[in-house]
Design a protein around this ligand. Structure first.
Ligand code: UT7
Length: 327
């Protein structure tokens, strides 16, 4: 029987950085950023690590479900900004929340992280191996952004979205279908060059700024437009879904132009697309659960809504998920 989302919450830092903030020290403008990306502002955490974004959202998520740390069996954290390379951020979060009898791990799929983790989590609960799983899509992108590079400084933000995944005996709600893909030949276009075993940290790697994000924006843009649109159309066809059947497209928030191109290929009007990129920028693994949480909280996402989640990111990684909202 399908996995369902039984609780959801999100957390974004309170410190807001507008486009005007970047205009003061970079050769950029509010107009360029809005026109090319759709981003007006983003939030950066001045202190703390990724786990500090996750903890308030995770606490709220458990509280809303009326459960506590003893009820969680497993924690999965998709992220590209773990607190440490090891131990996993799942271990850090388990310890900070006082969860006693859980296992868990971090998952590396960049901007598709929430999608890949949602399927992993769902299959664990559907098999009966896990009862209640905390899935925390979260990134502190400000820890790896090169703020001297206008081509990336304005794009990203910090934020976390946490969902509780459980099993259901009602086939009419929850996870219905998915298509996920990876293609390592795209790895060269978006990566963190140093810090792994390929190129361990050294004086040179720091001097050459190789611990920050490297992105060939145009190459990623082209692949993202095609990848996200192809996979959403494919999942619609596979499930006999017409555009009028879909209540919401929930896209990864990297660039408004990628989002509108995907909606167009699906035949969806923009009033059926969750967009909050203007407030938060690209929070990587956080974008999709933050959207879901905001739309649910405001009453716009309703029980029985057929939704398509879609994303594209470094790897390349991409995919789409067909889900019927159950809360
Ligand atoms: O989430 C993970 C996946 N990532 C993505 O999906 C990101 C995909 N890529 C993009 O969203 C876009 O490629 C960007 C937003 C990163 C860049 O937009 P673009 O329209 O592709 O611009 P571009 O890279 O082709 O650059 C055009 C010009 C360049 O100047 P020249 O060489 O033509 O003189 C850039 O230097 O715009 C310049 N530029 C800027 N100008 C003002 C780049 N960044 C800025 C900026 N302000 N912030």
């Amino acid at each position: 029987m399908p996995a369902i989302i039984t609780s959801i919450a999100h957390y974004v830092p309170s410190d807001v950085y507008t486009n005007e903030y970047f205009e003061k020290y970079l050769d950029t403008s509010h107009e360029w950023i809005m026109e090319r990306t759709g981003i007006a502002e983003r939030r950066f955490a001045k202190e703390g690590a990724n786990s500090d974004l996750i903890i308030p959202a995770a606490k709220e998520c458990m509280e809303k479900r009326g459960i506590g740390p003893d009820d969680i069996d497993c924690i999965i954290i998709p992220t590209v900004t773990p607190d440490h390379m090891f131990p996993s951020t799942a271990c850090v979060v388990q310890n900070k929340l006082g969860i006693k009898k859980a296992w868990g791990f971090d998952l590396s799929a960049a901007c598709s992280g929430f999608l890949f983790a949602l399927i992993t989590a769902s299959k664990l609960v559907e098999s009966g191996a896990v009862k209640r799983l905390l899935l925390c899509g979260s990134d502190k992108m400000s820890s790896i952004v090169n703020f001297d590079d206008r081509a990336q400084a304005v794009l990203f933000g910090d934020g976390a979205g946490v969902v509780l995944i459980e099993n259901s005996d009602d086939p009419d709600y929850g996870l219905q279908d998915f298509i996920l893909q990876i293609d390592g030949s795209g790895g060269q276009y978006l990566k963190q060059v140093a810090g792994g075993s390929f190129k361990p940290a050294s004086f040179e790697t720091v001097q050459n700024k190789e611990h920050y994000i490297y992105q060939d924006g145009q190459a990623v843009f082209k692949a993202a437009v095609k990848g996200m649109a192809d996979v959403t159309v494919e999942i619609m066809e596979k499930n006999g879904l017409r555009s009028e059947d879909i209540a919401w497209l929930v896209p990864h928030q990297a660039n408004l132009r990628i989002i509108t191109a995907t909606a167009k290929r699906m035949g969806l009007e923009m009033d059926k697309v969750m967009v909050n990129i203007e407030k938060y920028g690209n929070t990587t693994a956080g974008t999709i659960p933050i959207c879901l949480s905001e739309w649910y909280q405001s009453g716009k996402l309703k029980k029985g809504d057929k939704i398509i989640l879609a994303g594209f990111g470094a790897g390349f990684t991409w995919g789409a998920i067909y889900f019927i909202w159950n809360l």
